[in-house]
Ligand binder design. Structure first.
Ligand code: ATP
Length: 926
């Protein structure tokens, strides 16, 4: 069994090189850091129960150093309190929204500006119309012919026609003539008046045929046909009207289908591009009159005065621009909060704020509830102001329609809008992209509604099925309501009243029904897809998770609790790593963290290949100790931390925290976990104090306990004097310190610190170490770091990762004594004299091994006992100037040498690491 009690502090005279943590007897070099707690202390811990000896003498050492041993997860406060969490998030969101008042004000004001614009346009239109005459029906109420017609025959017609010029600028002339020879003559005369823009219809009995066109600019005598060849001319008629409707703008044409002395079957066609068809009654009358002349020996005179509007009371011209433009503009206004809500949700998603809240224990249903309340409130305030200003500006749209239907539509549309925004947010991870798409959606659907949907709704023949289809799309169901409000106030309507809102004409109740159902569907879809759709962060559930009993009862999902069979060993694994596997299984105290054959594969993505980031990792972190994760860049440290904290799901294997499995009980784990991620995840607009208050409340702190914890946290990281500053105004180091304080608040039982001291000045770093030191024993700490001195100062145990694999594990001094063969000599020579200095040292101590040679500084490892220390001193002091040595020194081997050996050395057959080549810049680059 290992003797851990006799470690001595020696620099040169120790020859202790055996490995530790396994069965062979071992002495240690102590760390050069006097604060360091080496394994000797660990083994002396009172809490350690006597390890059981197994058959092969393997001793599963318990490294726990806690003040109060936890024997089961049931002893931990893992319960979340809905009220506390709601209170925490509500206050945080309220403060945050208040700080965002400029943005929020802009969002509220934008719709109001559109309302104001509408109002100004209406004022301009009203002023224009005020100067125009109103219209009223003439007092004698005689209908006026739209086209005055003359019924004349032969030469008289032409004379009459001439006289009428100037009186009736557009005239119809009916010529009852059986004299064929008269026609060309007639044509010539009429053509002479063409520039007067007289409209003639030459219509002689002998011309009655398939067609006779009525042309505005030239007399329509084209290939006159007689009754004899009527049947062949339909093609000509079609050609003429089809081909020449633009170049020769006929207003209309007759199609005499079946005309003889007994029949008068006629179609009257008119050119919709040139005429609104008001001439048609007159034209029809002319044709009938001609026929009567033809068939009757004694023509009957049938007078036709023309057409006229109904008599009505005098009324000034009015143009209700607001009501007419209303639905088209309101569809934009009512949808404008959509991108705003999208932005709100996506901001916290993209910045990982949602994930950090989750990792700190916030329940997601509370998150969605509070986010819903704030999103809806922003919408409601904005829309109420639109309504208020619309009423102040006397928009008929808001005054004539009853307040209740308007309120109901605003109220329910808000719910649909927020649910729909939540639903859309699932598909985006970048705030900017989501917001831009949101605006495109608002304007795209607005334009579509104003053009296509408006026409469909306008059409009286639109079937119910089309209305149903329209109502399925959220903006269009809103447009249906807006359209009804407009229809009921324009053209002398009285507006939608409470009594008429549900009738078959308005169907406001049906529209509200659509909104409610869709709001529920989109909300359920949003929450469901958030749970199952793969995204950048978060552990996703099985698509059919809702079919499991555990989902409805809240019990543990038994199907996920299959025991992970920890492998005995993995091929090529060093002995200490293999022994750690065994220790996890056999140690007789509950471990704060057990990582059990954890693998993480990142799938191929955007041209990058699939990446095995963590390979069969197995290790245990005991209660109350600080465990250091060292490793080269990209060796999988942060990935491991992310898997443990529930940011990513492991591909296989699992981890347990105080016996709670990350696959099934991550919610409970989050309540006893504190985390400081690699990046600072903070709200730019909240102060340090507000951050700590928020996370403290989530962890169920309240009252004086909360105040004390917040004050202590701020003081510990030296931010108590920056109380009023928002974190966005912090320096990088201050942000880092705040992140650490957030991770430590609320008495967590395990804390994950991912490079906590990055960017800190030496003073702040020393303060931070003090804080972390003071938390040891209260909780287990997993510290990811690149700073060797930090790990040496804080960690009782260390694991070194290379390429996703754990390469060695043990106490700091244990590793140093195991991997270093002696002590270290450093020499720094002037540029160009490095070789000479190196040669001198190798001649002096031939057993020395050059470890690193970078920027003129060479580091050697010198075995203990190879030379007297006093000889080294005298040799260097005497030859310093001659060899151009600027600096030199002797030190005990440190973790750094261990790291270099493990990271850049090769593993020998005995599992030890050998450095063949000294580390130089070119070696590192290779
Ligand atoms: N989201 C990701 N998608 C794909 N690959 C990833 C992702 N995150 C990390 N990786 C890859 O996984 C490997 C391990 O990365 P990780 O961030 O865990 O390393 P690390 O040890 O924390 O590095 P560092 O010390 O630089 O922070 C790297 O090769 C990295 O490129």
């Amino acid at each position: 069994m290992a003797d851990f009690g006799n470690s001595t502090n020696h620099l040169l005279d120790s020859d202790a090189t055996s490995s530790v943590g396994n069965s062979d007897g071992t002495n240690f070099n102590t760390s050069i850091n006097p604060n360091h707690n080496n394994v000797n202390n660990i083994s002396n811990n009172n809490n350690v129960e006597k390890p059981k000896s197994s058959k092969d003498d393997f001793v599963p050492i318990n490294y726990a150093q806690t003040d109060s041993v936890i024997t089961s997860a049931d002893e931990l406060r893992t319960k979340r309190n809905f009220y506390n969490q709601f209170n925490a998030l509500f206050r945080k969101s309220a403060t945050y929204q208040w700080r965002q008042y400029k943005t929020n004000l802009c969002q509220i004001i934008l719709p109001l500006l559109l309302i104001l614009l509408l109002f100004i346009l209406q004022v301009v239109v009203d002023n224009f119309i005020k100067d125009q005459e109103g219209y009223k029906t003439p007092e004698d109420l005689h209908p006026q012919p739209y086209l005055p017609a003359f019924y004349q025959s032969n030469e008289t017609a032409l004379e009459e026609c001439k006289e009428s010029i100037g009186v009736y600028p557009r005239s119809l002339v009916y010529i009852d003539s059986s004299d064929q020879s008269f026609i060309p003559d007639m044509t010539a005369n009429i053509t002479a008046y063409a520039d007067q823009r007289i409209v003639f219809l030459i219509f002689a009995v002998s011309f009655v045929g398939r067609y006779a066109t009525y042309c505005q600019y030239s007399p329509s005598i084209i290939n006159p046909l007689t009754l004899n060849n009527v049947s062949d001319s339909i093609v000509t008629f079609n050609d003429l009207t089809y081909n020449e409707w633009k170049t020769n703008p006929y207003i209309g044409g007759y199609n005499f289908k079946n005309v003889d002395s007994n029949n008068f079957e006629l179609s009257l066609l008119y050119n919709n591009s040139n005429s609104f068809g008001k001439e048609l009654p007159t034209l029809l009358h002319l044709a009938s009159r001609a026929y009567l002349s033809m068939v009757s020996t004694n023509p009957i005179k049938v007078w036709f005065d023309g057409i006229a509007d109904f008599p009505r009371e005098e009324k000034l011209l009015a143009f209700d621009l607001v009501s007419i433009l209303g639905p088209i503009l309101y569809i934009f206004i009512f949808q404008l909060p959509l991108p705003v809500v999208l932005r709100l949700v996506l901001y916290e998603k993209e910045k990982k704020l949602r994930e950090i809240m989750k990792m700190m224990g916030l329940e997601m249903k509370t998150y969605w509830l509070v986010t819903y309340i704030f999103s809806y409130s922003i919408y409601l305030i904005s829309m109420m102001l639109v309504w208020l200003f619309g009423s102040i500006f006397q928009f008929k749209y808001f005054l004539m329609n009853n307040g209740l239907p308007i309120f109901l539509i605003i109220f329910f549309w808000g719910h649909l809008l927020v649910s729909f925004a939540f639903f859309l947010s699932v598909f985006f991870s970048k705030t900017e992209v989501g917001t831009v798409i949101g605006y495109i959606w608002v304007f795209g659907t607005g334009i579509l509604a104003g053009n296509v949907i408006l026409k469909i709704l306008d059409s009286p023949s639109t079937p119910d099925s089309s209305l149903f289809a329209i109502s399925i799309v959220p903006p269009f169901v809103l447009f249906r309501a807006l359209y009804i409000f407009r229809r009921e106030v324009t053209f002398d309507g009285v507006g939608v009243k409470i009594s008429t809102m549900s009738d078959s004409r308005n169907e406001i109740d049906e529209i509200i029904g659509f909104m409610i159902v869709e709001a529920i569907i989109f909300m359920v879809l949003a929450l469901y897809l958030e749970e199952v759709l793969p995204s950048d962060y978060g552990v996703k559930r099985h698509p059919l998770f809702f079919l499991k009993k555990s989902f409805w009862t809240g019990e543990r999902d038994e199907s996920m609790t299959n025991e992970v069979q920890l492998k005995e060993n993995v091929q090529g694994e060093p002995r200490d790593v293999r022994d750690e596997r065994r220790r996890i299984k056999e140690v007789d105290q509950l471990l704060a963290l057990e990582i059990l054959d954890l693998n993480k594969v990142y799938p191929a993505h955007g041209g990058a290949k699939e990446k095995l980031a963590v390979k069969s990792l197995a290790l245990g972190v005991d209660q109350g100790i600080c465990f250091g994760f060292l490793g080269t860049n990209g060796s999988g440290k942060s990935t491991t931390v992310s898997c443990i904290s529930g940011l990513f799901p492991p591909t296989s294997g699992t981890a347990r925290i105080f016996g709670l499995d990350i696959r099934t009980e991550i919610d409970k784990i989050h309540m006893i976990m504190g985390i400081t991620p690699q990046d600072n995840v903070l709200w730019d607009d909240l102060t340090g104090e507000e951050h700590l208050l928020f996370f403290g409340r989530i962890k169920n702190l309240k009252g004086q306990e909360l105040t004390d914890a917040v004050n202590r946290g701020l003081k510990e990281v030296n931010l108590h004097e920056e109380n009023s500053k928002r974190s966005g105004q912090y320096s990088g180091g201050m942000k880092r310190r705040l992140s650490v304080a957030c991770g430590l608040i609320g008495d967590p039982k395990i804390v994950l610190l991912d490079e906590p001291s990055t960017g800190l000045d030496p003073f702040s770093r020393a303060c931070l170490w003090d804080v972390i030191n003071s938390y040891k024993r209260k909780c287990a700490i997993l510290l990811v770091s690149h700073a060797m001195e930090e790990v040496e100062a804080l960690c009782q145990r260390v694991g070194i990762f290379i390429n996703g694999e754990l390469k060695c594990i043990g106490g700091c001094s244990e590793l140093v004594s195991r991997f270093s063969k002696g002590y270290k000599i450093m020499i720094n020579a002037e540029q160009g004299y490095e070789q000479e200095a190196q040669k001198y040292l190798m001649d002096l101590i031939p057993q020395a091994t050059l470890l690193t040679s970078i920027a003129g500084t060479s580091n050697y490892e010198v075995p203990h006992g190879s030379i007297e220390m006093s000889n080294i001193f005298s040799a260097f002091e005497e030859n310093k100037e001659r060899l151009h040595i600027t600096d030199w020194g002797i030190s005990n081997s440190s973790l750094e040498e261990v790291f270099i050996k493990v990271a850049l050395g090769r593993q020998g057959d005995d599992g030890e690491f050998i450095v063949d080549e000294p580390v130089t810049i070119s070696n590192i680059n290779n």
